[in-house]
Design a protein around this ligand. Structure first.
Ligand SMILES: Nc1ncnc2c1ncn2[C@@H]1O[C@H](COP(=O)(O)OP(=O)(O)OP(=O)(O)O)[C@@H](O)[C@H]1O
Length: 407
């Protein structure tokens, strides 16, 4: 296999180099007008994503967290160049890139791969795992010369996602695998391109709770061994703390807070992030359901219409601290507690307008419930520094070595 990173090579130290950047990324979807509306109403748009700026770095996981409809998937699809953007810029290694299909898209796609939420839908049920992976290897020029090299590349790919022995899986159909095994195959297919960035859109939310951690550990292992830059999209801020180096929080199409994951989850600054954390689902609810409920309702209120979003801060109608300025002026990114790496788009942190000190004091008196107290991840040994072999042992049930093969 001609992938650049092999497990035999001594790993290069993660260098935090910028791989992929979004700058002022904006996506508005036109609202279809039907019947008489088409004649009488002005065209309207859904403000799905407005002015999103983020950086994905080599060897780091960046979580993008927010409730349903906040624009997370749209950001991922924009970064994957699956949607044309309304505004803003996407840069790969500092070079602005806009591609729509064709050879240039394929070249971009080789560097930036996406993993989708639903491993059931992302693999064609009539084709074997061998077919899916061979096709991906060939498309990206990593199929080798001849059958022997292709077989070697296929086995290496499956071993990389810890489906071993590989030969047990290659001729299976997707329905013969568990959900976790299918998601591992989808990850292997993305790795066939030998990418530098992975855009993982809720990669574990459709999996059984018992196997989510194994797939997250696999992604973390790949990040460390292959130095991938990973965007991890989730509605579950607890898993962001466990898994991501950096966390960005989105609300109603806009970024509201960002910083290293420990700081954002342990010392959330934006009232929306605080709400998200205090509403993190309790373990019983997660364990009881296949698809977690990501509706934040602790304070009452609903996210706003994105066709006609509120002026100023979009969270102001739900915010218990809203001031006049919040209803009229969009808050810029402001440093929190003097930490330049932790920011919030919130007037509370503005020296002129915000009672930041009083706010911090109030927070200290009534600390938000931390994800560690409610997380399905907190009881796992994986909360400690990662062990590259972690997913090979323990109670994992989705990988080959633990389950004894495909279903
Ligand atoms: N193709 C589309 N046409 C029109 N509106 C869209 C389209 N795709 C997304 N939207 C709207 O854009 C907003 C953001 O959607 P998006 O799927 O990006 O949110 P999300 O945070 O990923 O939510 P979820 O977690 O439910 O997938 C939503 O209001 C959604 O209805």
């Amino acid at each position: 296999m001609t992938l650049t990173h092999t497990s035999d090579q001594p790993p290069a130290p993660p260098d935090n180099d910028t791989v992929l950047e979004a700058d002022g990324l904006t996506k508005h979807f036109a609202v279809r007008r039907v019947g008489r509306q088409a004649m009488t109403r002005a065209p309207r748009v859904v403000h799905a994503v407005d002015d999103v700026t983020l950086t994905l770095r080599r060897g780091r996981v960046t979580a993008l967290v927010g409730e349903s409809g906040s624009g997370k998937s749209t950001v991922a699809r924009l970064l994957a160049q699956l949607y044309p953007r309304t505004g803003g810029d996407i840069r790969l290694h500092g070079t602005s890139v806009t591609v729509r299909g064709g050879r240039r898209f394929r070249a971009y796609n080789r560097k930036v791969q996406m993993i989708f939420q639903d491993p059931f839908a992302s693999l064609n049920p009539v084709h074997t795992i061998r077919y899916h992976l061979s096709r991906a290897l060939r498309i990206h020029g990593h199929g080798g010369n001849g059958a022997a090299e292709l077989q070697q590349a296929l086995e290496e790919l499956l071993e990389r996602v810890q489906l071993t022995p590989a030969t047990r899986y290659l001729d299976k159909f997707p329905h013969e695998l568990s959900g976790g095994q299918r998601q591992r195959v989808a990850i292997a297919r993305a790795l066939a391109a030998d990418p530098e960035a992975l855009l993982a859109d809720e990669p574990v939310s459709m999996l059984d709770v018992s196997i989510r951690l194994g797939v997250l550990n696999l992604l973390r292992d790949l990040k460390e061994r292959l130095h991938l830059a990973i965007l991890y999209i989730t509605h579950d801020i607890a898993s962001a703390r466990y898994f991501a180096d950096d966390t960005l929080v989105m609300y109603a199409g806009r970024m509201v807070e960002g910083g290293d994951s420990e700081t954002v989850t342990q010392n959330p600054a934006h009232p929306y992030t605080q709400l998200l954390i205090s509403s993190a689902p309790d373990p019983d609810r997660i364990v009881g359901e296949g698809t977690p409920d990501d509706t934040v309702d602790a304070s009452g209120g609903e996210p706003p219409s994105l066709i006609d979003p509120p002026a100023g801060c979009r969270f102001n109608p739900r915010c218990p601290h809203a001031m006049d300025i919040c209803r009229t002026e969009l808050p810029p990114r402001l440093p929190v507690d003097g930490n330049p790496d932790h920011w919030a788009s919130c007037w509370l942190f503005d020296a002129e307008h915000g009672p930041a000190k009083a706010e911090s004091a109030a927070k200290a008196e009534t600390p938000a419930e931390t994800p560690s107290e409610v997380s399905e991840y907190s009881n796992f040994p994986g909360s400690d520094p990662p062990d590259p072999h972690e997913t090979r042992s323990g109670s994992e049930s989705d990988q080959g070595s633990a389950e004894g093969g495909a279903r």
